[in-house]
Structures are given as C-alpha cells and as structure tokens.
Design a protein around this ligand. Sequence first.
Ligand SMILES: C[S@@+](CC[C@H](N)C(=O)[O-])C[C@H]1O[C@@H](n2cnc3c(N)ncnc32)[C@H](O)[C@@H]1O
Length: 76
Amino acid sequence: MSERASARRQVLELIPKDAVGAEIGVHLGDFSAQILKVACPRALHLIDPWLYLPQSAYRSSWYGGLRHNQQEMDER
Ligand SMILES: C[S@@+](CC[C@H](N)C(=O)[O-])C[C@H]1O[C@@H](n2cnc3c(N)ncnc32)[C@H](O)[C@@H]1O
C-alpha cells in the first residue's frame, strides 16, 4: 500500500462506525467503496456533478481536458 493510500485509510479508521456521512467528489467511486468497507457508515451520500469542464484551467483535472467529455461523465 502506498504512503498516500495508507494515510487515507488511517483517516477512515478515525470515523465512528455507523455514522452518516458524505463524500463530495466521487469520481469513479473507488474511494467510496473504501469508505464503505473501512468506516462502515449507516448511510453514505455521494455527491458529484459529473460535469465535464472544457476550460483550460481544468485541462489536467480528472473531469476536463482532451481525454474526457460529457458522455464519459454521464456514464460515470
Ligand atoms: C480528484 S476526484 C476525487 C475522487 C475521490 N473523492 C477520491 O478521493 O478518490 C474529484 C471529483 O470531484 C468532482 N467535483 C468537482 N467539482 C465538484 C463540486 N463543486 N462539487 C462536488 N464534486 C465536484 C469531480 O467531478 C471529480 O469526480
């Protein structure tokens, strides 16, 4: 496990079990699955516009640039 993944897991272990929470910015849901597995929330609200942003400021983001488009976001 990478140092980053380990740090993220440690944060999840601090969350009380059976809590109600939200992940703002879900992307493909990989971290959502980890939250469910480690934090065992009673409810987890997943919030994401899954909106493609064509502006150059988002060129390197996971939801902009030439590699992505709105159809891909809709499929997510
Ligand atoms: C870098 S990903 C993070 C995914 C996940 N939380 C993780 O840690 O692996 C950022 C996500 O935030 C979403 N996003 C961007 N702007 C947002 C906003 N204003 N409100 C909610 N989600 C947003 C994007 O669509 C993208 O799926």
